[in-house]
Design a protein around this ligand. Structure first.
Ligand SMILES: Nc1ncnc2c1ncn2[C@@H]1O[C@H](COP(=O)(O)OP(=O)(O)O)[C@@H](O)[C@H]1O
Ligand SMILES: [Mg+2]
Length: 352
């Protein structure tokens, strides 16, 4: 049980898709727990998949964001903009039970829905970081932790498992997500910009500089100043690597190796940034051991992934055959499902 953020400083690497798949599978395999997703991305892609997919999910998002106050992350952020430095303890008002809208997901899954309004609110959140008492920055960076705490209390649980879907860019919301999370999952794909993005994660969150004279991340400096916890790296996840396999096998392998070497170097110099998985095994001492513990790979499931997201059916529940959505009919093959279902199930089994 912990707070997991899915973040990489790049779009399209699978943050939202994996939030959807991983949260659903985690909830399915932990039926005695309640699982919370907080969608901190204004695009609300994971909310859309969770709440029923490209047709129904979008209708639900409109409905939740259109109510007054909005039953979304923006509703909560609005409370905090009104009362930045005094906790309103209103977080639990903004939770929706996902299964009320999408019968394909387990009934122990809850969401604070994403909202495009976040984009408009961000300048006010930024202002709140400097406008109040001396430690305004610190207080604002505990808003999402406060929200999680409100939900935990309202559920009367000692601990809850939370998944945070993040915006690709390092906006104020991504900062809030980093300050709220205990563990970081970093999806990446096999291209050059993904490599740069992984480096950015390491410098923006952990202050690991690449070259002399590089400007230090303000988030990192402030987190140090206020002694705020940073998330520990739990896994870095090569997503859809097989997609690149045929066209440019060697180039793709080089990029993946580069990313691996980059993260491995960080481990060698700062092992305390990584969360040793609770497998009973000791901290890895070799390259192979390191990769076994921290590296994941999720295959591309082609049409099956499209159908899963578009219909809001978690991949581990999706069956082969003809599927119709948004006026289209497509065929999901068993072989596509078999490419990804075991990856997701195996990865989730490693999440505490
Ligand atoms: N493993 C995968 N197999 C197939 N499609 C995937 C996979 N991961 C992500 N996708 C698709 O790739 C696109 C980008 O993923 P998304 O999760 O939206 O990225 P991000 O949130 O990082 O911007 C989406 O259309 C998503 O459905
Ligand atoms: Mg996304």
């Amino acid at each position: 049980m912990s707070v997991y953020a899915l973040w990489n400083n790049k779009g399209g690497v699978g943050k939202s898709y994996l939030t959807f798949q991983v949260a659903c599978e985690y909830a399915r395999t932990h039926p005695d727990q309640r699982v919370l997703i907080i969608d901190l991305c204004p695009q609300a892609n994971s909310s859309s998949m969770l709440l029923g997919g490209m047709v129904n999910g979008e209708v639900v998002i409109e409905q939740l964001s259109g109510s007054s106050p909005a039953k979304t992350i923006s509703g909560y952020i609005n409370d905090r903009i009104m009362s930045p430095y005094v906790n309103p303890h209103s977080g639990s008002l903004y939770v929706s039970k996902v299964n009320d809208y999408n019968a394909y997901v387990p009934d122990n899954l809850y969401i604070i829905c994403g909202d495009e309004e976040l984009e408009m609110q961000s300048s006010q959140v930024q202002l709140a970081c400097t406008a109040g008492p001396a430690d305004s920055w610190r207080i604002v960076h505990t808003w999402i932790r406060d929200l999680i705490e409100d939900v935990r209390k309202s559920w009367d649980q000692r601990e809850i498992t939370v998944f945070l879907d993040c915006n690709p860019s390092f906006t104020i919301y991504t900062e809030l997500a980093m300050s709220a999370s205990d563990r970081l999952l970093i999806p990446f794909s096999a291209d050059g910009s993904s490599k740069r993005a992984v480096r950015s994660v390491l410098s923006l969150v952990y202050g690991i500089l690449r070259k002399p004279g590089q400007i230090q991340s303000e988030f990192y400096l402030n987190s140090q100043q206020y002694r705020m916890k940073l998330p520990m790296i739990y896994s870095y996840i090569g997503n859809r690597l097989t997609q690149m396999n045929n066209s440019s096998a060697s180039a793709f392998k080089n990029v993946v190796m580069d990313i691996f070497n980059e993260v491995f170097k960080v481990w060698q110099n700062n092992p305390a940034l990584f969360y040793v998985h609770p497998t009973g095994e000791p901290a890895p001492t070799s390259r192979q051991g390191f990769r076994r513990m921290f590296e994941e790979q999720i295959n591309d499931a082609n049409t099956a992934s499209v159908v899963s997201g578009a219909m809001g059916i978690p991949i581990c529940r999706l069956t082969a055959g003809q599927k119709s959505f948004a006026g289209r009919t497509v065929i999901v093959n068993q072989s596509q499902l078999e490419k990804q279902q075991p990856n997701i199930a195996d990865f989730v089994s490693k999440i505490e």
